[in-house]
Write a protein that binds this ligand. Structure first.
Ligand SMILES: C[S@@+](CC[C@H](N)C(=O)[O-])C[C@H]1O[C@@H](n2cnc3c(N)ncnc32)[C@H](O)[C@@H]1O
Length: 274
């Protein structure tokens, strides 16, 4: 029996499967050029054997397949419906270069010392036991191979215009809700790389801004429907909900609106040489 031990389940997303896939798409595609630039800077190159864990509907997988034409790519995902979605969409690449694996990051079932590069994007914030996941990834990395974690830390979330005085408290409340379920929206500051045996640990940030990437992806992040369930459960107040609604409306209609989000990109190397 596979163990999910994480807070993310697309079946529980109030907006529904298709709308959540669209949100993940916008979030994956808009900053890919910058993320790929950083991945290459950390040593990712064509021909490497690459594993992506928590690959979801496969938008990053697709970018990897297209950007690394001689690489063997493995995408591992817990949720079978998302793996099927990835398989339906990524029809083009030669199947011999892409392997889709139904598995958990805690127990991948993959062979020891196999991958040159592992990418975990927006997975660690959801994990109940991030260290266990980092150790399992360590096992499947070749000596000298690297793990790159792309994730968030709500302490440096970003900014929106028009600003809202309630945004920090709403963000804190949503983070507390995530923590109560076993996740961590402040995970960026405490990624378990050194403690899991990785060396040469480094960290950088990727900034996404609507002036650079367009505003559509940010509209989805601030879609008021994402906040409605928290309001209905009484977790955010009427005043907070009203203000977030106004931010959401402005992002949809005001020419002066902008948004900026920060993603952390951390890297650790398994000791040894490839
Ligand atoms: C927020 S989504 C990110 C998807 C993708 N990495 C991206 O950046 O678009 C998190 C993904 O991690 C998957 N996930 C959650 N727990 C997992 C586990 N224990 N093992 C593997 N995948 C898991 C979820 O099903 C989901 O697809």
């Amino acid at each position: 029996m596979l163990e999910r031990k994480s807070t993310y389940s697309i079946g529980n997303v109030p907006a529904g499967f298709q709308s959540e896939v669209e949100r993940l798409k916008a979030q994956a595609v808009m900053g890919w050029d910058k993320e790929f630039r950083n991945l290459k800077w950390y040593g990712l190159h064509n021909g490497m054997r690459v594993l992506e864990v928590g690959s979801g509907p496969g938008f990053i997988t697709e970018q990897l397949v297209n950007s690394l034409p001689d690489s063997q790519i493995t995408a591992l995902e817990y949720d079978k419906s998302l793996l099927d979605e990835a398989e339906r969409r990524i029809a083009a690449p030669p199947s011999s270069r892409l392997e889709l694996v139904h598995g958990s990051v805690y127990e991948t079932g993959l062979a020891d010392n196999t991958y040159d590069f592992v990418i975990a994007r927006l997975l660690f914030l959801h994990l109940h036991n991030p260290s266990d996941a980092a150790k399992e990834i360590y096992r499947v990395l070749k000596p000298g191979g690297k793990l790159v974690i792309i994730d968030i830390d709500d302490g440096i979330f970003g900014a929106v215009n028009p600003d809202s005085a309630v945004l920090p408290s709403v963000i804190r409340k949503l983070a507390a809700h995530q923590a109560a379920k076993g996740g961590n929206r402040y995970v960026g500051r405490s990624l378990p790389l050194t403690e899991s045996g990785y060396c040469d640990v480094d960290m950088d940030a990727v900034v996404q801004h609507s002036d650079l990437h367009g505003i559509e992806g940010f509209r989805q992040q601030f879609n008021i429907n994402r906040y409605t369930p928290f309001y209905k459960k009484g977790m955010i107040s009427e005043e907070e909900y009203g203000q977030i609604s106004r931010v959401s409306e402005a992002l949809n209609s005001s020419p002066e609106a902008y948004a900026m989000m920060t993603f952390l990109i951390a890297c650790g190397r398994k000791p040894g040489e490839i």
